[in-house]
Design a protein around this ligand. Structure first.
Ligand code: HBI
Length: 94
């Protein structure tokens, strides 16, 4: 179910560090880790969580920094799946 902008903004209040992209139906979070191994380790944990729900973030690994983006590609919008996976990712961030 596509979320309205108000629903997204309300959902973001329960997440950590996620922001709504002003130009696209995407929520984004940047995570700094102690180094590249820690970043890759977190990516692997995120991958497992994503597989469990068949919903996958876009992940850009830049040395010790992960740029995460969530959107429901099949809907071309943000859905509950994005908010739920964002919350799960928040639990995984050390
Ligand atoms: N992940 N973010 C995102 N959006 C999707 O629409 C999506 C996905 N992972 C798997 C998936 N869809 C499958 O249901 C197939 O549609 C590829």
């Amino acid at each position: 179910m596509k979320l309205t902008e108000d629903q997204v903004r309300d959902g973001l209040t329960r997440l950590t560090g996620w922001e709504l992209d002003p130009d696209a139906p995407v929520i984004r979070r940047t995570v700094r880790l102690p180094g590249f191994p820690a970043a890759v380790s977190l990516v692997n944990e995120i991958a497992q969580a994503a597989e469990q729900v068949d919903h996958h973030p876009d992940i850009d690994i830049r040395y010790d920094t992960l740029h995460l983006a969530l959107s429901t590609h099949s809907e071309g919008a943000l859905t509950d799946k994005d908010m739920a996976l964002a919350a799960r990712i928040d639990e995984l961030v050390p």
